[in-house]
Write a protein that binds this ligand. Sequence first.
Ligand code: SAM
Length: 378
Amino acid sequence: MGITVLSLFDGISCGMVALERAGIEVDKYIAYEIEHNAIEISKKNYPEIVRGGDVTKEDFTKYKGKIDILIGGSPCQNLCSCGNRKGLEGEESRLFFDYVRALYETEAKWFLLENNATMTKENQDIITGIMGVEPIYINSNLLTAQERKRLYWTNIPDIKQPEDKGIFLRDIVQPREEKKEYECYKRMMAKEEGTLAHKKAWSQVKTLDQKSRALTTAQNISNSGATNIKYSDTEYYILTPLECERLQTLPDNYTEGVSNTQRYKAIGNGWTVDVIAHIFKYLKKAIEENIEPVKLKDHERPQQSYRRMVNTEEKKTEEKTINANEVIEMQEKEKYEKKIAELERELKEKDKEISKIRGEMQTLKDRVFNILLEKACG
Ligand SMILES: C[S@@+](CC[C@H](N)C(=O)[O-])C[C@H]1O[C@@H](n2cnc3c(N)ncnc32)[C@H](O)[C@@H]1O
């Protein structure tokens, strides 16, 4: 009998590939995702997956008691170093709270939450406080030729670091004959020396004996953090979608069927399958040995508290214990308070402008009055 999986922010279903690779039988895999191209890629590979849509619109209590594992990597745009650092209040990264809600609503036995390790310690601590477990840090570079530092919060027990497979770009790249349209040497040479673009392009170079930088969602855009691979002194190529799949240890051509831009985006957003499969091997063991999962404080409705530093009026910091629902409410409140403060500032500016115009009008009126008076008096 297989397991039932609920996957939020499912992307291209790397979770499903990883479960297969770990040898776990899946009875039902329910995926929540809103991005059309990602869904198309997933459908092509796994037509049997049950599709859900927007996580924010779902009441997950309908799955209560039916989910063996909840998996998901909530969006990291507002958390990671390449994002805008708005944190868990950010438009995208706040979706983490929907993952937490789903966990409480479903009472899933096992959980796995993934996110970017370049987030600040403060945000990491907030997530850890809510999840109730310390994250496990794994750099995908142990299992593939890509630097990718990630954090995994899970109640799957006893996970060890994977062994280093010693894979480098040389092991996964396509031969130069297949890469004509991916040549980037001319483009790099065209950048004027001394400019930021020039510096960036050359700092992104990796040799075949190195590992690629962490895949981004725009590998074909030169200033997006993409890797420029040096084949020889005059031969430099960007990564092909197929190479990106290999760097994420996906099956070759897994994302074929949509445009290259969409393939890069989907793969860059995805998981390194072998890292997740490594984690799932411990899940398999736990299931086979009938190990009872450590529950999130027995799923008491968000009593998972965490500490947040709050500025008091006296500018002293005070520690407060609040729960996940309160955080969401607080964030909404803060957002509106900021908006109100902004509007009040604008209003003050407008008031100033109005009184300035009034003053000018009065001066004009006085002048006209004086002219008329002079005329009247002859
Ligand atoms: C970091 S990616 C996760 C990719 C996934 N782990 C994979 O292996 O492909 C985050 C995903 O969340 C999706 N997403 C964003 N907002 C969502 C929402 N409200 N409901 C469901 N999915 C959402 C994005 O489209 C994106 O594919």
